[in-house]
Design a protein around this ligand. Structure first.
Ligand code: NAI
Ligand code: MG
Length: 368
């Protein structure tokens, strides 16, 4: 039986409420006995600022470094609007990403059959959809230098952002995509704009070179604008999409809205494999924030958080059967018509955060 060390960081607002539901799932898997989870819990965001004057403590960072995966809720809220910039709640998230060097952001777009009718696309376009966008997160135009606004002195200004990628940055994100494709349907689509961008030419070249080590994975190249079009026209043609920071930012938001409401969307961020163990540092979190407008009212949908934990099972713990089981339990809960307010249609009865967590546990029991 494998043992996995997890750090739980609930954070602020609904972060604490949805983490309670993950704890139920963790307890369920521990009782089942096919894998063992050892958990630590600490503060992050506004909660950490209130306790330590910093958005995450060094002690919590040590726990994060020592864990197989960090399970992160959400941070922020109006209470901390006035705190200094470098200790604001989001600084905790940024420090985790930076210190753990989480350069790969994973955003799945999964269509749950019961919610297929709520999409703005036709049912047959998205029914059964299960794709994964792998976005480079620490390089590219958001970070490249020079980055400046210059006053030209003639009433005009000039703004410059610079897209910079080096071989190693492209190579490591490509390898993440190929590794993930191996655990899925074995296909990677790489998106760039090699027709107009030098960084796109290099991207294409380095991804193609890395592919030499993955003969079992199919590689396809697509220009990013055509990729955006294909994502809306027939998204089921894709398995894993790998792309840079800027294109990935846009394409992952488009992909998310093919199927989902904010309360349904999980994400993962991965770092480089440890040379000794081969294990990657990783953090799993819902795409949404701390939702101060509904915090403390038992209205939050815990599915994005629980689905993020399912990603941890799949990608950090190599517990594929358990991940499949948890995702099936979520789908079965939705099939029964159970809805938190954010995914309810007019006239639907709604259930609370706790009730949704309990319903998913009931489906885990029924399925196993
Ligand atoms: P938000 O994602 O917290 O909320 C946007 C809207 O979606 C709200 O109406 C909220 O009630 C709803 N919503 C979000 N998650 C939901 C869930 N699980 N179930 C049901 N409804 C849900 O974004 P917003 O309002 O812009 O930001 C609120 C705070 O969260 C801010 O302090 C912001 O900085 C922070 N934030 C934190 C993030 C993180 O921790 N990763 C990400 C985004 C925002
Ligand atoms: Mg974005």
């Amino acid at each position: 039986m494998s043992t996995h060390k997890l750090l739980l960081l609930p954070g602020d607002g609904i972060g604490t409420e949805i983490m309670q539901e993950v704890k139920k799932v963790l307890a369920w898997f521990n009782a089942r006995g096919t894998a063992q989870f050892e958990t630590e819990e600490d503060l992050v965001g506004g909660a950490a600022y209130d306790a330590h004057g910093a958005a995450i403590s060094d002690a919590a960072m040590d726990l994060a470094q020592a864990s197989d995966a960090v399970i992160f809720g959400a941070v922020g809220g109006p209470k901390w609007d006035g705190v200094p910039y470098d200790v604001r709640p989001e600084a905790g998230l940024l420090r985790l990403r930076k210190d753990l060097q989480l350069f790969a952001n994973l955003r799945p777009a999964i269509c749950y059959p019961a919610l297929a009718g709520a999409s703005s696309l036709k049912r047959d376009v998205i029914e059964g959809l299960d794709i994964l966008i792998v976005r480079e997160l620490t390089g590219g135009v958001y970070f490249g230098e020079p980055k400046e606004v210059t006053d030209l002195g003639n009433g005009q200004k000039r703004a410059v952002d610079t897209q910079v990628y080096e071989t190693y940055e492209i190579d490591r994100i490509a390898r993440v995509a190929f590794d993930l494709a191996r655990t899925r349907r074995g296909k990677v689509t790489s998106m760039e704009k090699r027709n107009v961008m030098k960084s796109g030419v290099l991207w294409n070249e380095v991804v193609t070179q890395a592919h030499a080590d993955y003969a079992d994975v199919e590689l396809e190249h697509m220009l990013a604008d055509a990729g955006g079009m294909q994502l809306v026209r027939w998204p089921k043609q894709f398995d894993v999409i790998v792309t840079d920071n800027l294109f990935g930012d846009m394409l992952s938001d488009v992909a998310a809205m093919l199927t989902g409401s904010l309360g349904m969307l999980p994400s993962a961020s991965l770092g480089a494999p440890d040379p000794a163990t081969g294990k990657r540092k990783a953090m799993y979190e819902p795409v949404h924030g701390s939702a101060p407008d509904i915090a403390g009212q038992g209205k939050a949908n815990p599915i994005a958080m629980i689905a993020s934990f399912a990603m941890a099972l799949r990608y950090s713990c190599e517990l594929i059967t358990e991940a499949d089981l948890l995702e099936k339990a979520i789908a079965a809960t939705l099939d029964k018509g159970l809805r938190t307010a954010d995914i309810a249609e007019a006239g639907d009865a709604t259930i609370s955060t706790t009730q949704m967590g309990d319903a998913i546990i009931a489906e885990l029991n029924a399925l196993s």
